[in-house]
Design a protein around this ligand. Structure first.
Ligand code: DGL
Length: 274
């Protein structure tokens, strides 16, 4: 029997995961937990963070540049670990690359399914709030029930400073959550991949009766299913490497990534290939 070496190396190639900054690490940790044998390349477009206040055209251009760099590093699949970037660019990536491309979206569907009051709040970036994708999600899944969509300028920056429970972060969260809690919402959707890092502060403010929805675990399962379907799962059995890249490497970044990832990591410069 002739061994199919091309298939072996395709399966063992890494998965490219990216965001504007450190937020996508909340998705990366779910992928790593579910698929520990896979090698992962994480890229942060720190030179252009935040994406939330940029135009969709700008975000689409950046996403294509970062994705191309990850493909240049050998990625066999791409995960857009950013709701804002997915809304702006996932379709253009799917047209450009033949590999599996997984995008993120706020969990409006699961939130509607588990809400008893039928009132759901969504925290998201300004770019995500004004995107067509957000309007489509609400149109498709809310069915006339009440959805309070709250833009949260400044929250991403607080996570990037690792100010996860600082007085300023708590003040911003209180303001953003007030209209949602006042409306009687019993379910809160985290519509930005930075926000799961604020979960302890959010839970303390919303209390135990409000369910918080993060789609990162579902994205990891979707990635697994797509890799399986394309014959790309790495079943070699050994632990995969995780490498971290940034479009602007700064000493503070390795420290931030290490704290959020839970162990010391090195951040390498991402070469742009576009
Ligand atoms: N983490 C990104 C998201 O999920 C947004 C961050 C940003 O605004 O740059 O939407």
């Amino acid at each position: 029997m002739i061994a199919d070496h091309s298939q072996v190396s395709a399966n063992q190639a890494p998965i490219g995961v990216f965001d504007s900054g450190a937020g996508g690490l909340s998705v990366l940790r779910q992928i790593h937990a579910l698929l520990p044998q896979e090698s992962l390349l994480y890229a942060a477009d720190t030179a252009h963070i935040p994406y939330g206040d940029k135009t969709s055209t700008f975000v689409r251009e950046r996403v294509n540049v970062v994705a191309q760099s990850l493909v240049g590093l050998g990625a066999k699949a791409l995960v857009v670990a950013c709701n804002t970037a997915t809304a702006a660019a996932v379709e253009s990536l799917r047209q450009r690359f033949v590999m599996p491309v997984i995008g993120m979206e706020p969990g409006v569907k699961p939130a509607m399914e588990c809400s008893g009051s039928g009132i759901v709040g969504i925290l998201a970036t300004e770019g995500m709030v004004r995107s067509n994708r957000m309007a489509e999600l609400v149109e498709r899944f809310a069915h006339g029930r009440k959805v309070i969509i709250q833009p949260c300028p400044g929250l991403v920056e607080q996570v990037e400073r690792h100010a996860l429970r600082s007085p300023e972060t708590v003040r911003l969260l209180k303001n953003f959550l007030a209209p949602i809690l006042d409306s009687g919402a019993d379910t809160l959707v985290l519509g930005c991949t930075h926000y799961p890092f604020l979960l302890p502060a959010i839970t303390q403010l919303v209390g135990p009766d409000v369910r918080v929805v993060d789609t990162a675990p579902a994205i990891a399962r979707q990635l697994q299913a797509q890799l399986r379907q394309h014959g790309l799962l790495n079943d070699a059995g050994s632990g995969g490497d995780v490498r971290f890249f940034s479009t602007r490497v700064m000493p503070e970044q390795a420290e931030l990534f290490s704290r959020l990832w839970g162990e010391p990591v090195k951040v390498e410069a991402l070469g742009e290939l576009d």
